[in-house]
Write a protein that binds this ligand. Structure first.
Ligand code: ADP
Length: 446
């Protein structure tokens, strides 16, 4: 079993950790320490002086004066040969005038092996009260150590500690420097990394922006193509449709007597279909024409546009007995003809989609910061929540043929309104509770 220093376990563990970290164990001999052992031996006129570091199972001589071979080269002995271990264990000086008579060391094999007749050892104590080993002086004979001898050995032990502390300080500083260098290096690497990442992000964004711009261009071109197509198709379709209508009319007029009830019914249905188709084509044309009007730069008089819309709707207002309530409207940035079309569509719908009682329609506006909000409310049948968005799409109808009643329409009116509002940078939406009317709201720049 290894003979271990049996000091307080906490102290022992800390001490051993400190010794390991100090780099002193097994380190080369150094002139600074050798000078102190030389001095100790000469001043105290003793044959041997040592700087001993007490490890877990051995004592290591950081410096020795007066040792013979093989110890001189070995620079260590097992703990069993150590007097200095008692200095460490007791954490105080050990003074032995006659080794053979001292309770702690009288059986120590070093008495024979090294000729330790008498001994004084002083602790090598750190500022944290950790005892690393001892500075000791050995004589081969019994010796009555004088107070002055003890004083000198104590002073030399403190000088040894100054050297040890000096080395610890150097090590601490170079560790800090290393850490600083490392963290500086890390920082530089992170800066480089981040710079590269940023470069990549900028590049990605540049590419993405390029793609978006290209897509926007493509979209604009395909929109233009589509509008052109819609315009031409609706324009060109009108002619054959007129022909269909004409021949249905001709057949009904000239050959009415040869048609039975069923035949007349079929032709009437065909005429109705042709009429609806013509309305759809007309509205599709109106939709594609929205883009042909220049976007307004200046705010116009919305009241004048409302007057015109109401004039155009006069027959429907009279026929339905609608009551119109209007408050003065502010100016808004929109093309006059398009505002007329927009209001005409919204008020026209308010009349078309009325409930059991006569339509009551109100047109008013609120000024919001730099915007104008126009509102057209009615007391009609209303629109269920799930349909409130889709009615602004192409040919979307909730009522009309196939639905309740036979309200005429193509399902394009609100799509036209949305296009007008969109191209003027505005917004259109509806709030409604079925059975309690609807309020269409249009946000325009003031
Ligand atoms: P159209 O009136 O030609 O059918 P619109 O695009 O103007 O087409 O309207 C789309 C659909 O939205 C209408 O078919 C109708 O079902 C519904 N709608 C529009 N305005 C109102 C309203 N004021 N009240 C109730 N439903 C409405």
């Amino acid at each position: 079993m290894i003979d271990q220093v049996t000091a307080h376990p906490d102290h022992a563990a800390t001490r051993l950790r400190y010794l390991q970290a100090s780099g002193l164990l097994d380190s080369a001999s150094e002139a600074a320490f050798d000078r102190l052992t030389w001095l100790g031996a000469h001043v105290l006129q003793a044959p041997i002086a040592l700087v001993t570091l007490v490890d877990a199972d051995r004592q290591f001589f950081k410096s020795s004066y007066g040792l013979a071979e093989p110890l001189l080269s070995a620079r260590e002995t097992p703990l069993a040969y150590s007097f200095c271990r008692h200095v460490v264990e007791q954490r105080q000086p050990l003074i032995v005038c006659n080794s053979l008579l001292h309770r702690l060391v009288q059986d120590n094999p070093a008495i024979q092996a090294m000729g330790v007749g008498s001994y004084i050892g002083f602790p090598l104590r750190t500022a944290d009260e950790i005892v690393l080993g001892a500075f000791c002086v050995i004589d081969h004979h019994e010796r009555l150590w004088q107070p002055q001898d003890l004083e000198i050995a104590d002073q030399l032990a403190q000088l040894v500690m100054t050297e040890i502390n000096l080395r610890a300080e150097v090590r601490r500083r170079s560790a800090i420097e290393r850490e600083l260098r490392e963290s500086h290096g890390q920082l530089e690497r992170r800066v480089e990394q981040r710079t590269a990442e940023l470069g990549r992000e900028v590049e990605n964004r540049r590419v993405a922006e390029g793609e978006i711009a290209a897509k926007a261009c493509e979209l604009e071109r395909s929109n233009r193509d589509l509008e052109q197509f819609a315009y031409l198709a609706s324009h060109d379709l009108q002619e054959p449709l007129r022909m269909v209508n004409g021949f249905i009319g001709l057949t009904l007029r000239r050959h009415a007597d040869r048609l039975d009830e069923k035949g007349r019914e079929y032709l009437a249905t065909a005429a109705d279909g042709a009429l609806r188709m013509s309305r759809m084509i007309k509205d599709l044309l109106a939709y594609s024409r929205v883009d042909r009007v220049a976007i307004a730069d200046l705010a116009i008089d919305c009241d004048a546009a409302l007057d015109e819309a109401l004039r155009n709707l006069q027959p429907a207002i009279a026929e339905s007995g609608a009551r119109i309530e209007r408050s003065p409207l502010p100016r808004a940035r929109i093309a006059h003809t398009q505002l007329v079309l927009l209001l005409q569509n919204l008020i026209g719908n308010a009349i078309k989609y009325r409930g059991a009682s006569a339509p009551e329609i109100s047109i008013r506006a609120i000024i919001e910061q730099d915007a104008v909000r126009l509102m057209v409310s009615d007391n009609g049948i209303g629109i269920p929540q799930p349909d409130q968005e889709r009615i602004f799409g192409f040919f979307q109808r909730l009522h009309g043929p196939g639905g309740p009643g036979t309200v005429p329409g193509s399902g394009m009116g609100l799509a036209i309104c949305k296009k007008i509002v969109d191209r003027h940078g505005g917004r259109i939406w509806v709030d409604s509770v079925p059975g309690h009317g609807a309020t269409f709201q249009v946000l325009l720049r003031g």
